[in-house]
Design a protein around this ligand. Structure first.
Ligand code: GDP
Length: 522
């Protein structure tokens, strides 16, 4: 394969959904088709404990949520597919938002009984903002759910996206008979042996064999009527609208019973975009341009407890990665040799020798990288678009329970902070540590990981919500620090105030009009 063909064979996407809609189940099925895993139940520690590959999965198991996003890769029909998992819990939306910057399309799973849920709306909006194509999988058809026409109406009303059903359910729940496939012009029967599963349709889109049992069924008749309605009054299929994210192809199925998943995958691969150009300070960078470049969207410590390593996730945006190549880190201008790298095949990591635009690779990090860093093989200062960052709202003071274990404590705090989910601040005189996060769950994860990965018990004392505002170094005046406007340094030693509330912020502004307060995160 030529380099260009390699790039064109890539499909890189994230699955977005509200917790429990079936993301893990669908991911497992997709990986099975790709032969990337031996049996379902191995993607996360969530379902079968023995596959949990590292400590931080413990907390996912306990809470029944996925906390971290991970990357999985498989091959299917000549395509190389990268799935980026996104954490379902709302406190982790920042991580999710960054992950969505690294994909070219998204698969949205909807539970047919629940319809569009909160978290789906939030994630959808991010995809919308970025104009990325969205493919919808309406799941759990083996259970009684909402009327499919109602579900489509919800998509259009709640999310404001046009929809085009690629297939249509015939019955559901106990009476689920299968799907009418508008794209392949056939019916796929539910719980029917492989050899008889598909019934081809004639030119009128109907079953020709009069003795077919399915044809006698009232549910089949009803589905035909609904499809007629869709043909006449529904949206037209449009590749352009799919590409700009204004129309979503909709698939019905049941991930748990592995029904409709393969058809979904095959159709998805045909219509999903190959790697797309990305914005940078030097304009749009084409994926087929030969200079290697990419950006880091996630840093994760201790993915493998046996190695105690930290991995930076890099989305390749152009060119080809080769092991041992030299790249420039734009932020510092430093040259780095990329000799240790990894790619992600389900729960197993294997060394990657080369990868191209669209692929996600993990590179070993010894504290060199930051989220949003651009690496490229050019000597210039290529820099990809900034990644979204949220302003922390909750703050805690943190210290080591055992004063003799300060070393572990400092190491753990610094490494976990580097991942970007929590922010670190230091007070001026005592150099006390203060952590800031978007949600409470991040602190719980922090505490858990400090204990399990760094053998450090921590004391966390809540100091409530605060409003951070940065100031210029020249205006630092420690006498202005009080409990209502606490002067601290961030982890890059930039000074800022943590204001107790809006009132304290306004009061300070009135009193010190000469001090310019800013928030680079907004
Ligand atoms: P996630 O939180 O989105 O990753 O959801 P999971 O994949 O863990 O699924 C949540 C629950 O829904 C689990 O108990 C699954 O077994 C169940 N589930 C997933 N897909 C289906 C489906 O197609 N039909 C039914 N009946 N249950 C499903």
């Amino acid at each position: 394969m030529t380099f260009k063909d390699e790039v064109l064979s890539r499909r890189t996407f994230a699955i977005i959904s509200h917790p429990d809609a079936g993301k893990t189940t669908l991911t497992e099925q997709l990986l099975l088709f790709g032969g990337a895993i031996r049996a379902a139940g191995t993607v996360k520690g969530k379902k079968s404990g023995k596959f949990a590959t590292s400590d931080w999965m413990e907390i996912e198991k306990q809470r029944g949520i996925s906390v971290t996003s991970s990357v999985m890769q498989f091959e299917y029909n000549g395509y190389r597919v990268n799935i980026l998992d996104t954490p379902g819990h709302q406190d982790f939306s920042e991580d999710t938002y960054r992950t969505l910057m690294a994909v070219d399309s998204a698969v949205m799973i909807i539970d047919s009984a629940k319809g569009i849920e909160d978290q789906t709306i939030k994630l959808f909006k991010v995809c919308r903002m970025r104009g990325i194509p969205i493919f919808t999988f309406i799941n759990k058809l083996d259970r009684q759910g909402k009327n499919p026409l109602e579900l489509l109406a919800e998509l259009e009303e709640v999310l404001g996206i046009e929809s085009y059903p690629m297939n249509w359910p015939i019955g559901m729940g106990k009476e689920f008979l299968g799907i009418y496939d508008r794209y392949y012009n056939r019916i796929e029967q539910f719980r029917v042996e492989d050899s008889e599963r598909f019934i081809p349709l004639n030119e009128e889109g109907e079953i020709s064999n009069d003795s077919s049992k399915l044809k006698q069924s009232g549910l089949y008749e009803q589905a035909l009527e609904e499809i007629l309605l869709l043909n006449e009054a529904g949206n037209e299929f449009s590749r352009e609208k799919i590409a700009d994210g204004t129309l979503t192809p909709v698939f019905f199925g049941s991930a748990l019973t592995n029904f409709g998943v393969q058809t979904f995958l095959e159709t998805y691969l045909q219509f999903a975009p190959s790697p797309q150009p990305r914005n940078s300070n030097e304009g749009l960078i084409e994926p087929i341009s030969e200079e290697f470049s990419g950006f880091i969207f996630k840093i994760q410590a201790n993915m493998n407890p046996a190695h105690r390593d930290r991995i930076a996730f890099l989305r390749i945006c152009s060119g080809e990665f080769e092991r041992g190549m030299n790249v420039t880190l734009s932020r510092t201008g430093k040259s780095i040799k990329l000799s240790q790298s990894t790619q992600f095949l389900a729960d197993d990591r294997s060394t990657v020798n080369n990868a191209v635009s669209g692929d996600i690779i993990g590179i070993y990090d010894t504290g060199t990288y930051q989220i949003g860093d651009t690496l490229s093989s050019t000597k210039g200062k290529l820099q990809y678009e900034k990644l979204p960052q949220f302003t922390p709202e909750l703050f805690v003071k943190v210290s080591a329970k055992n004063v003799l274990k300060q070393k572990h404590f400092h190491k753990g705090v610094l490494q976990l902070v580097q991942e970007g989910a929590i922010q670190l601040y230091k007070t001026y005189r005592m150099e006390d540590y203060i952590l800031g996060a978007v949600g409470q769950l991040q602190f719980e994860v922090f505490e858990h990981r400090m204990r399990n990965e760094y053998n450090s018990e921590v004391i966390m004392e809540s100091i409530g919500s605060k409003i951070p505002r940065w100031i210029d170094e020249s205006q630092v005046d420690e006498s202005l620090s009080s409990s209502r406007s606490l002067l601290v340094k961030d982890r890059f030693d930039k000074p800022l105030f943590l204001f107790e509330n809006d009132f304290a912020l306004r009061w300070f502004q009135d009193k010190h009009p000469d001090i310019k307060l800013s928030n680079p995160l907004e």
